[in-house]
Design a protein around this ligand. Structure first.
Ligand SMILES: Nc1nc2c(ncn2[C@@H]2O[C@H](COP(=O)(O)OP(=O)(O)OP(=O)(O)O)[C@@H](O)[C@H]2O)c(=O)[nH]1
Ligand SMILES: [Zn+2]
Length: 345
């Protein structure tokens, strides 16, 4: 099904689009920056490279400019690297160009349109904890997001100070660790109570753009605050150019490790990742999140195998019987496929 709705443009609209496309070459006055937050049609862009021709002497790297985007650009999101022109008098900017994205996390909205959630993210930190009780279905869903977006997952078992009372969670941790060893991702522990594992976590994400995901209450905000003690203040940055004052309702924001230097990476804090739906995905897409099952792709006796526990000749369940695949991973896969099908019905 095509998601693009065809419509007729008026002469005026056609002329406007043409005009927009024409005037986007950098005449030396464009600044380069990163989208650090966006709310509705407005985006805040932090300068990373000054324009060759300085329109304003007080312009510095690290300043945040409130911008709107040219209408011919694709929908922009936090993490995007852009070139923008500055309107010195109004104190605002206009995003002229979107530079190539290394990665892009998207999610479908209610109207079946795919929306960008974050761009240029290098690592997806998936946090779980002994309490609230881990939902492996949710962890697996985030591993799927990472695989589909070509982003490295990093699993963090937080609140490790509570592990003595929760041996069943140690087992889940070890099971993910063995998957991680086979399929190239790390699984670590941390605790904000006894300050354990925080440096290891830091060393995994330093110099990169990271995004945190996980059940509510597992300690994501606490971890982010430990890593970025200045994060709270950074929400109160005054937009330098526009003097519009403090932001109120941002939908998503980038918290930099070094406020003046975005090239050192940071953390994108966005609700978008929490609302990640899967109904737009096929069973083959979902399989990409399950590396060990993906290895068995096409190995079942019947091409249309349901992978139900009693399905004849199912390679997944044979592997479970052989002790090389975990039964709950097959169950989580089946549940996600069922959920996706239900959403498509
Ligand atoms: N025992 C223990 N408690 C922790 C740890 N880290 C955070 N907590 C507590 O867990 C609760 C939830 O922490 P948050 O950081 O708000 O969790 P969150 O994942 O950001 O939650 P949402 O914002 O709802 O997504 C708070 O009461 C924290 O004090 C930890 O390492 N050990
Ligand atoms: Zn099967």
């Amino acid at each position: 099904m095509s998601l693009i709705r065809k419509r007729k443009l008026t002469k005026n609209q056609t002329r406007q689009i043409k005009k927009n496309q024409e005037a986007i070459t950098d005449d030396g006055t464009f600044a380069t920056g990163v989208v650090v937050s966006h709310f509705g049609k407005q985006l805040d862009v932090q300068i990373t490279v000054l324009p060759q021709i300085m329109p304003k002497a007080s312009l510095t790297v690290g300043q945040i400019w409130r911008c709107h985007a040219r209408t011919n650009l694709p929908m922009l999101t936090t993490g995007d690297v852009v070139k923008f022109s500055l309107d010195d008098i109004a104190g605002t900017g206009r995003i002229e160009q979107l530079l190539p994205r290394t990665t892009l996390i998207t999610r479908p909205d209610r109207y079946h349109k795919v929306k960008p959630v974050a761009s240029n993210v290098a690592i997806l930190v998936i946090v779980f904890a002994p309490l609230p009780k881990p939902a492996t279905g949710l962890i697996d869903r985030y591993i799927l997001v990472a695989r589909l977006s070509n982003i490295r997952p990093l699993l963090v078992l937080n609140k490790a100070d509570l592990l003595d009372e929760h041996p069943e969670v140690v087992q889940i941790y070890q099971e993910y660790q063995s998957l991680g060893r086979r399929y190239g991702f790390d699984v670590i522990q941390s605790s904000g109570v006894d300050m354990m594992g925080l440096d290891t976590l830091k060393s995994h994400i330093e110099g990169r753009l990271a995004i945190f995901a996980g059940q509510s209450g597992v300690g994501k905000s606490s971890l982010i605050n430990h890593i970025l003690p200045h994060a709270k203040q950074s929400t109160n940055i005054i937009s330098v150019g526009s003097q519009l004052g403090q932001h109120t309702t941002t939908t998503s924001r980038l918290l930099a490790y070094d406020m003046g230097d975005l090239t050192k990476g940071g953390i994108i804090d966005t609700p978008g990742i929490r609302e990640y739906g899967i109904w737009h995905l096929s069973a083959d897409d979902i399989l990409k999140g399950f590396d060990e099952l993906n290895d068995l792709h096409g190995a079942c006796q019947f091409r249309d195998c349901s992978h139900a526990p009693n399905a004849k000749g199912c390679a997944f369940w044979q592997a479970v019987a052989d002790g090389v695949v975990l039964s709950w991973r097959v169950e989580n896969f089946n549940e996600m496929v069922a959920e996706a099908k239900q959403g498509q019905a």
